[in-house]
Design a protein around this ligand. Structure first.
Ligand SMILES: [Zn+2]
Length: 84
């Protein structure tokens, strides 16, 4: 399956929406197991979901997110703070 389709489905899953036709959670997990790029994409999407504070997201999304990625995003979003 194309990575672009996988990522569309991952985004829907993160948002609590129905998966696109023809995509199952099993296929998503199978693809993630074999595709490093999509795993990284998924980690970033989860981190963004946490940062944006989606009230509809279940708490386990935050627990699953890569703490380092979340910290980096928060750093960049913090007002008045500059890198370097
Ligand atoms: Zn992929």
């Amino acid at each position: 399956m194309l990575c672009s389709r996988i990522r569309t489905a991952l985004s829907a899953r993160l948002d609590g929406e129905a998966l696109p036709a023809g995509v199952t959670a099993r296929r998503l997990d199978d693809h993630l197991a074999g595709c490093r790029d999509c795993r990284r994409w998924d980690a970033r999407a989860r981190a963004l979901t946490v940062v944006l504070g989606d009230a509809t997201a279940p708490p386990q999304v935050a627990a699953d997110a890569d703490p380092a990625a979340v910290e980096a995003l928060l750093d960049r979003l913090r007002p008045g703070r500059r890198a370097g």
